[in-house]
Design a binder for this molecule. Sequence first.
Ligand code: HEC
Length: 701
Amino acid sequence: MGSKRWATVGLVGLIASASAQQPPLTAVQKDGESKLDDRSDGADWAGYGRSYGEQHFSPLKRIDDRNVSRLGLAWSIDLGPGNSVSTPLAIDGILYFTTGYSVIHAVDAATGKSLWTYDSKAAEKSGFRLRQGWGSRGIGWSRGKIYAGTHDGRLIALDARSGKLLWSAQTFAADEPRYITGAPRAFRDMVIIGHGGADVGAIRGYVSAYDADTGALRWRWYTVPGNPADGFENEAMAAAARTWTGEWWKMGGGGTVWNAMSYDRETDTVLLGTGNGSPWNQKLRSPGGGDNLYLCSIVALDAKTGRYKWHYQVNPGESWDYNAAMDIALADLTIDGKPRKVLITAPKNGFLYVIDRINGRLISAKPYAKVTWASHIDVATGRPVENPDARFGDGKTFELWPSPMGSHSWQAMAFSPVTHLVYIPTAEKGALYRDLPPEKQQNWASDVPLMGALAGLIMEMDYKAADPRSGSTALIAWDPVAQKEIWRQPGPSGVPGSTMATAGNLLFQGTLDGRFRAFAADSGKPLWSFATQAPAIAAPITYSVAGRQYVTILTGGGLSVGITGEALAKYGIDYREQKRRVLTFALGGRKTLPAAHPFRPTPPDDPSYVADAVAAQRGAIVFATRCAGCHGMQAVAAGSAPDLRTSSVPTSGEALSAVVREGVLSAAGMPPFAEMRDGELADLRQYLRNRAGDLRAKIGK
Ligand code: HEC
């Protein structure tokens, strides 16, 4: 694979003209819209954040703070290997969810009985894109159809009853380093999808809205300007271009919409959360500075036409991977005695923003986690007041909090219109940033597709910060009007779990170390807990069938559990052994899970192994740059991929070559590295056998 592929800026198609006339609402559409409406009764969970406003809140209250102690397992399904962190949907008594690389399942929501499965074969079709593996976090629904994005860039529509493929649209070209992990959102008679990729390739972000019935492209909106010589697609791009310098378009610019989108039905507006710059380091991307619109912004578009309405940028001139792609919860709040229509968002950068969703003006912003990059956000200008050292210039290193993992990432935040609190799954971590040395700045993108290389800076994520908060997580209940913390519950270190609030005064959240818990939403009092035997960081949902309320969560990790295997080994998370399941709870549920056995990594016998520290050292570098992202630092896996210290594959050079170069396991998510040279592979093999040897020594085998 040539690096060219990754550096190519692909411009797929041009903006399609918006459809001239809206057809009258059909019965199906009316029904669909009422299920997605923010005021719907909660029987269904029809969209990623339940309804258009993405609050991850349900008005159901049959299960409440007084009876939740009687909540028990009603049914469970064991899932196969691969990612299992998606948010399910429940519509008309059917539960839908996606696992691995967009394998869509439909089951009876009251019993778990399988109705249909559709395998999009996305892993096989993804090729080199599997290197940025993730798997999908959610699906969409409207008008009797289930929508899913696939890693290789398709948006597909399935018949919700039969699972039959109705249409498929290719949302980007086959040779581009983009991939889809996020959930499509339905609105009007359209469905919208973005993608990721700004961390690994030179790409220009955009979203595409498709006709929900036919899959025809209705409109597309780029998030950053392209080459001015090609002309701008619209006024918004011309305006944005004035905030960039140098030849940014050669680096793509970034700004991908990989997670959050909301729909404000009252104003017929689609709200997007845009991602970080590509590359991360602004000095390479836009050397003369500038705000670099519309990176790291909430952007409002006219839903019918895709025309720009307004934007609010959380990080002007972004340089730290502080993307604004996290939940955009729409809410009606009373602020200074006046009813306000707002959106609430907690992007990676540590501040909780309350923004007027009619005009995009900042109402307030306060930090809920440790922040070193800015002292505060100036409400008058809407701009952050940055720490003068935060841009890590002149060879200086800056200790940045939050780290690029964010104080809040894709794990769902909930807002309860009953308590008027927002519940933020928070991670506390810092990172060290400094510029690439001058000799490397010329070819920052010429290396293998690697986050570090394309970030265009030197970054240490895993450094040992003196601050005792480092690595900790918490569930924080926050008052967005007073902008202050109301309660918090500490979580295990690593990655926090997604949240869901209900009108029964409950807040549900799972944890990385295998607990699914419920708290009193108003006070934070712990009320209920269930041992899930696996990471439980996916977003829970709730729904009702025949008057009975259910709560469902998917368990098991995915790449999302993090890459620092050593830190996670204590939770016993292993790729092959972890219990990936769908767990569904109801009052009086009495099912139990089979007993779980603690996982102990066991190395293979390797009698022909001869130590070679020099080759192993070279192999360690190959491993760290190309394999550790999935197989864990120092080959201690974190559940995203097998622990290679326990694999017999590296004991055979041929077997290792078949897996790594020929890609014989690509359908299972192991990316092919066809370009790997004989010497590199031999070094890598030496390193892996060495690490297995270390493990044998450690356990005395
Ligand atoms: C994007 C994530 C990802 C990356 C990057 C990755 N792998 Fe994998 N790898 C996987 C997954 C997932 C599997 C499990 C496939 C399966 O279920 O059989 C796997 C399986 C393997 C296996 C087989 C293990 C066994 O015993 O079955 C080997 C060997 C391996 N990978 C080596 C490597 C090496 C060497 C690199 C770096 C050059 C690498 N992988 C990079 C995800 C990844």
